[in-house]
Design a protein. Structure first.
Ligand SMILES: Cc1ncc(COP(=O)(O)O)c(C=O)c1O
Length: 379
């Protein structure tokens, strides 16, 4: 045990030396410009009230699900919520997983045992990488958001391929050219899978970008998470009945894990009830994205990323430099986090800024002033 613990300590020391050491912290009293709670559902009193009403209405359901979905974990409630989610997103079926991470791991590890290739955008999320690693497929990256690069990879293949993309990229906040990618996948008979973790609740009146573009029938599967704009927890794969049955039989992250709690299912039910009546024509968050973009135009010497979604960022090369800017902004009362390498490629370290429905114009203006001041001090 002593020898292993020394190795553990050495690994931690290495991280500290490289400036990549991570630690858990709680933040209070700062303005949230970092969480994924884009629409403010995680702090919504209305949602809390609805969940507590639903708890009373469904008083016969227990706390935990008591088992894996294939054993005692399944319930009427689970199936009802899945139908609600599928209908909302214009999908044939939905299969709920305990998290978006579990869903991607289950999806890619199982499909990657029958498909010969998994072709993926080079900036695809870590959970897809972990799923791919558990598969037996040959893994082929293509350049980020580059349809020509995808075409060139697909044209070299001689077997069944799955193509993995995100509709809104989690670290860059940019949008995938889904129409072009879907047309290419169709031409090469590849199965396109779209991770909509950061699009759900925000695009297509909450339904995501696939629905917004009317591509539901061109996409083999979609991942929607309940954990970001919906402020809850868990995820669902939207797909046809064939794939749903396949996942129930082969997705190990579903089969060998106790299914989510009934409380979580009720929360998902309630947030979808609210989403389906949300007034998308008048969201503050859309106004704030415009304000941020406009204000940044007047700021010289800043490399902004994103601009089409609430995920925005400013490149500040170097782990030490980006950490210093984030610390100064936190001191000013703004909760922003530095994204360091190797999470993002060296030289593209950044302050990731997420806007929310509950942020105000004054807060956004204050944030930009604080950013300018911090950057001037770092040099
Ligand atoms: C693109 C993307 N996919 C999947 C996930 C995993 O979702 P969850 O947080 O629900 O596990 C995340 C979360 O960071 C993500 O950004």
């Amino acid at each position: 045990m002593k020898r292993l613990d020394e190795l553990v300590a050495a690994k931690l020391a290495q991280r500290k030396e490289e400036g990549t050491f991570r630690s858990l912290k709680t933040v209070e009293g700062q303005v949230d410009f970092t969480s994924n709670d884009y629409l403010g559902f995680a702090r919504s009193l209305e949602l809390k009230r609805r969940i507590s009403d639903a708890e009373k209405q469904f008083s016969e359901v227990g706390v935990g699900s008591t088992g894996s979905r294939l054993l005692t974990g399944n319930s009427e409630l689970a199936e009802q919520v899945e139908r609600q989610v599928a209908d909302f997103h214009h999908a044939q079926t939905a299969l709920i997983f305990n998290s978006g991470y579990d869903a991607n791991v289950g999806l890619y590890s199982s499909l990657g045992r029958i498909a010969k290739y998994i072709v993926y955008d080079e900036l695809i999320h870590a959970s897809v990488h972990d799923g791919m690693r558990l598969s037996r497929a040959e893994l082929k990256p293509f350049k980020h958001n580059d349809a020509e690069s995808l075409r060139s990879v697909l044209s070299e293949l001689d077997g069944t391929a799955v193509v993995a993309v995100e509709s809104v990229y989690s670290m860059d906040g940019d949008l995938a050219p889904l129409r072009e990618l879907a047309a290419l996948c169709k031409a090469f008979d590849a199965a396109l899978i779209v991770d909509e973790a950061h699009a759900v609740g925000l695009f297509g009146e909450g339904r995501g970008r696939v629905s917004e573009l009317g591509l539901e029938d061109e996409v083999y599967a979609r991942l929607v998470t309940f954990s970001k704009a919906l402020g809850c927890h868990g995820a669902a794969v939207l797909c046809n009945d064939n794939l749903r049955q396949f996942l129930v039989n082969h997705a190990r992250s579903l089969i060998f894990s106790t299914f989510t709690s009934n409380h979580s299912l009720l929360a998902v039910k309630c947030v979808y009830d609210m989403l389906s009546v949300c007034n998308y024509s008048n969201l503050n968050i859309s106004h704030l994205i415009g304000l941020f973009n406009q204000s940044m135009k007047g700021v010289s010497g800043i490399r902004q990323i994103g601009g089409e979604s609430p995920i925005l960022g400013v490149i500040i090369a170097g782990n030490a430099e980006v950490r210093a800017v984030a610390a100064a902004m936190q001191n000013d009362g703004f909760d922003v986090r530095p994204i360091v390498s190797p999470t993002v490629p060296k030289g593209t370290e950044r302050i990731r800024i997420c806007l929310h429905e509950f942020n105000t114009e004054e807060e956004v203006k204050g944030l930009i002033q604080s950013l300018q001041k911090a950057m001037a001090n770092v040099g």
